[in-house]
Design a protein around this ligand. Sequence first.
Ligand code: ATP
Ligand code: MG
Ligand code: FE
Length: 333
Amino acid sequence: MTILGIESSCDETAAAVYTKEGLKSNIIASQSVHRRYGGVVPELASRAHHKTIWGTVRQALDTANVSIKEIDAIAVTQGPGLMGALLVGICFAKGMSVARNIPLIGVNHMDAHIYANFIDENPEYPFVSLTVSGGHTQLVLVEGPFNQKVLGRTRDDAAGEAFDKIGKILGLPYPAGPVIDEKSKTGDPEFHRFPQALLNEGFEFSFSGLKTSVLYYLEEKDNRESFLEEHLNDICASVSEAITEVLVKKLRKAVEETGVQSMLLAGGVSANSMLREKAKSLAAELGIKLHIPKMAYCTDNAAMIAVTGYMMAQQGMYSDLNMKPFANFEAGS
Ligand code: ATP
Ligand code: MG
Ligand code: FE
């Protein structure tokens, strides 16, 4: 079984080939046009996908050394994501499906973030996934392939969104998550105690208050500019501490309440070094297994779409040509 995976939900045009021997290629074209706007501009994203998609797919096939004839199914991100961006990937996949008579598989992008953990490892069911990305933050109990239940999610901002919005307040470039991560390494996480929301309220998260509290904290400083200059790394570390502490405390609670013996991290924020360290300590303390994707499979990529497509094909989960994109997670579940 040879699967071509295509991802175009946001600002990465990506294609990958996955077979039973493993990942054969993984190509990403990241869009730089958005940088000067400090966020993704949907219409520009669609146009850039349109321009690069065929080249990206071609390169994924060439690198894997497979021809289109050898592809058994095309897995494509169906949602959640930007409608216009998703449509480019889906229309391309449908065109290829019709032209070459290859079955289609519509993949849920948030499932794919979870199953990215299966590219290099074989997590045992049941497990709890802490899925933390730019648009989502959720704890998911996964009892078997695609047999999953969301235990709780964020009421407002996602963890990655919190990093990015706070980074904007601190004057950092978009996406600020990786920049804050880097600066945190030489800062003091106890420099200032930012709020950790909803600690006693089940598995729900809230990060919008943290953003506001950073804003007020800086506004109160007499000389904001020089204060920021002197303590940027300490503030970054304190912000990272607040975000990752909440995430890991809730992850602990989910593991303890469900009694699972393995847990995993998924999504762009799972690239965060403080989160990875805290999750490792938690796993050691609880004596359970922890899986974290390789850095390249944390943020958006097509390897995760291809491996999820492979697993869906094994379950007979194919799509037909009426397959439509969906913008929100709820619409796809
Ligand atoms: P979604 O998957 O919810 O649709 P998305 O696809 O935009 O959203 P991802 O690509 O999974 O999100 O992740 C991107 C997010 O991860 C951004 O918010 C980015 O700042 C954040 N991120 C990436 N690396 C790090 C890091 N090292 N530390 C913290 N955040 C990070
Ligand atoms: Mg992106
Ligand atoms: Fe994503």
